[in-house]
Design a protein around this ligand. Structure first.
Ligand code: MSP
Length: 513
């Protein structure tokens, strides 16, 4: 088994400010990366910005800025978004960097050596917003009666001398790969869509443009720049030092997971594997396509003026509530609806009333009865053992769920255990036991059991809410070296000192926001 793991986020177009959709992809990828590291794997997380192509060039022109100024400014916004979201990326690739140009061109040469590129005039439809070619059979009629891409983007007729990639040659190889790896694309419904696309008329792909110059130049072909998607996909190799085969990072290839939104599955699950097969490189192990967020039921778009700024959400609610909400509220893979009342409700019900309240009840009793030291664990009764067992066994379920990106179920499982702990504290009523000195040993045992359960829950929740769970583990006196999954099976030290106990996740009052 490999001891390393490689996860990528899509690289974000720098034509606009980061929004909730970008934050969502990055947070989900970060949760997985943190989880794998807590399991002891060396996990590399790559993110970055997609800076070439017509869409970005046009946006810079519209803003009246030089392309370099414009891309620097927006790439800076994406980098600071990653920092504000507490994304634990190992590298951030900008496709305008020299190392990316070297990688993309080396990759191109491999396709050329394989004999998979040929010249032809492209005459067909193109959507700049999607940076995507469409066959006429795919176009739909927009509400204004014009031809549109299935995404709703405007399309234009393009005719230009181009270079094509023999995508059709890889049709059978792709289909056999899907057959042999049924979990290559998750959720499975997306696999069906991809398969239908490949089984249909799989045309060769146009991979160069000649009507503008903002891109990576095609080697030895003046006037041609690479089609932005082909070049952008190679960022996943740029981040590992390709083409330098001596790069110590190359051990991470192939990617274990490309996290993407449902709109860009075709690029990752059809074009990218075919390009990799042509270049003689291993295929990624999995592509996960998550759903899209709407805002109060409406599609999020700049023209509707309903774009949700993740930085504003963090300022209003705090980062970990936002991270929790985005991954708990909606089954990962499905579309979801954002509303301020929903985030307030989730935060109050699960984080304030559930986890926060339980922590406060337990820790304040420990402070009161044992001067802030973890009480000794007396003889365990069946009910104590049952609760501890519930938390201990939760780990394997968590692993199964996180490995298929079922974040909502992973969280549901952990919060189910916490609800069990809540019922236990109500039943055992340690506050009542404490009133009677002869019951103090029993009260201590109950609180010890609860502290140990909180420790396990906090370890499990770290990848979702890193800052607040690190705070909780510190409060419980768990040392920094005992917070990974290998330490989960140990026990909390009796007599250990609680540190700086404070309320976590106080209630939010703004239900109406
Ligand atoms: N540049 C390409 C990706 C190239 S990867 C080699 C791109 N960039 S993007 O900035 O437009 O989108 C990045 C990600 O944000 C995509 O995964 C997309 O699905 C996601 N989202 C954009 N809007 C979204 C929502 N409203 N909701 C959820 N995610 C959405 O595509």
């Amino acid at each position: 088994m490999r001891d390393c793991f490689y996860i990528t986020t899509p690289i974000y177009y720098v034509n606009d400010k980061p929004h909730i959709g970008h934050a969502y992809t990055s947070i989900a990828s970060d949760v997985l990366a943190r989880y794998q590291r807590l399991r002891g794997l060396s996990c590399y997380l790559l993110t970055g910005t997609d800076e070439h192509g017509q869409k970005v060039a046009k946006s810079a022109e519209k803003a009246g800025e030089t392309i370099t100024n414009f891309t620097d400014r927006f790439a800076g916004n994406f980098l600071s978004m990653a920092e504000r979201l507490n994304i634990s990326h190992n590298d951030f690739v900008r496709t305008s960097e020299e190392r990316h140009k070297i990688c993309a061109q080396a990759f191109w040469r491999k396709l050329e050596e394989r004999g998979d590129l040929y010249d032809k005039l492209y005459a067909g439809w193109y959507a700049v917003r999607d940076e995507s070619y469409y066959d006429v059979s795919e176009l739909v009629e927009g509400s204004d009666g014009t031809r549109r891409a299935p995404s709703g983007a405007e399309v234009e007729w393009v005719e230009e001398p181009s270079i094509f990639f023999r995508l059709s040659k890889y049709r059978d190889a792709l289909l056999s790969h899907y057959d042999a790896h049924p979990d290559f694309i998750l959720p499975r419904t997306r696999m069906n869509e991809v398969r239908a696309f490949v089984e249909g008329d799989l045309w060769d792909l146009c991979v160069s443009r000649t009507t503008f110059s903002w891109g990576v130049p095609v080697p030895n072909r003046s006037n041609h720049v690479m089609y932005v998607w082909v070049e952008a996909l190679t960022n996943y190799l740029t981040g590992l030092g390709f083409p330098d085969s001596s790069s110590s990072l190359f051990k991470y290839w192939p990617a274990d997971l490309h996290m993407v939104g449902k709109d860009i599955v075709r690029f990752h699950a059809v074009y990218w594997p075919a390009l990799l097969l042509s270049a003689g490189l291993d295929l990624p192990r999995r592509i996960f396509a998550h759903g899209w967020w709407t805002n109060d039921g409406e599609k999020i778009s700049k023209s509707l003026g309903n774009v949700i700024d993740p930085l504003e959400l963090i300022a209003s609610y705090g980062l970990d509530r936002v991270r929790y909400f985005l991954l708990r509220e909606v089954p990962f893979g499905e579309d979801g609806n954002f509303s301020h009342s929903a985030i307030v409700r989730r935060s109050n019900e699960d984080l304030a009333n559930g986890l926060g309240n339980l922590c406060m009840r337990v820790l304040s009793l420990v402070e009161r009865g044992w001067k802030g030291r973890i009480p000794p664990c007396g003889e365990l009764r069946d009910e104590d053992r049952a609760l501890l067992e519930t938390f201990r066994q939760a780990e394997s379920l968590l692993q199964k769920r996180i490995e298929v990106c079922s974040f909502h179920l992973a969280l549901d499982g952990i919060f189910g255990c916490l609800a069990e702990a809540d019922r236990y504290i109500t039943r055992e009523a340690p506050w009542a036991l404490l009133k009677n000195s002869s019951d103090k040993t029993r009260a201590g045992t109950v609180l010890y059991v609860l502290c140990d359960c909180l420790r396990m829950a906090a370890i499990d929740l770290q990848c979702f809410m890193p800052a607040s769970m690190s705070q909780l583990l510190t409060m419980l006196g768990v040392s920094e070296t005992a917070r990974d999954f290998s330490s989960r099976a140990t026990r909390l030290e009796e007599g250990g000192r609680l540190v700086d106990v404070q309320a976590i996740f106080p209630r939010l009052e703004r239900e109406d926001k």
